[in-house]
Design a protein around this ligand. Structure first.
Ligand SMILES: [Zn+2]
Length: 87
């Protein structure tokens, strides 16, 4: 995962800190980054909700499933500049 502005490498695990309201800040150029709402985001959302729906009766499997999906997410997410924040 790289900053789309300066190509500074960013730890994939930091993607979990991104929310709709709190973008990630690049350590090097200070750009405000958020996740791209693309096909990857759609697939991850479907996997999350499918897991919640199918595994709600077995919390242990549900937790394992959510961790696996979040790991896949962290290594496949695309970062984009946050247009609402300062650039
Ligand atoms: Zn940067």
């Amino acid at each position: 995962m790289h900053c789309p502005k300066c190509k500074n490498p960013i730890s994939p695990l930091k993607v979990w800190l991104i929310t709709r309201w709190s973008p990630l800040r690049c350590d090097r150029c200070g750009a405000s980054l958020t996740r791209a709402i693309d096909r990857q985001f759609f697939i991850i959302s479907v996997l999350m909700f499918a897991g919640l729906f199918l595994l709600i009766q077995t919390p242990l499997f549900l937790i394992v499933w959510l961790i696996v999906v979040m790991l896949i997410d962290a290594y496949t997410v695309q970062l984009v500049l946050d247009r609402e924040g300062p650039q």
